[in-house]
Unconditional design. Structure first.
Length: 70
């Protein structure tokens, strides 16, 4: 959030299990426009190949967040 407030584009990854919580935090901080990239849960202790696929699936959302196409 601090980087976004300074004008630095970010892409915040959150799993679907925590997406409602993350959206609530954004509202509390008055940062509803903060780009959240939601990926499948879980990510802890998952094989690298599985994590790569999860990230590949949201590649467009990451690109859009970092280029300001929100």
């Amino acid at each position: 959030m601090a980087l976004e407030r300074k004008g630095v584009a970010t892409a915040t990854f959150v799993t679907h299990t925590f997406s409602s919580y993350a959206e609530g935090l954004c509202r509390m901080q008055k940062m509803q426009q903060l780009p959240l990239v939601v990926i499948g849960h879980p990510v802890a202790a998952r094989p690298v190949d599985e994590l790569r696929e999860k990230v590949r699936a949201v590649h467009a959302a990451v690109r859009d967040a970092l280029t300001g196409k929100r």
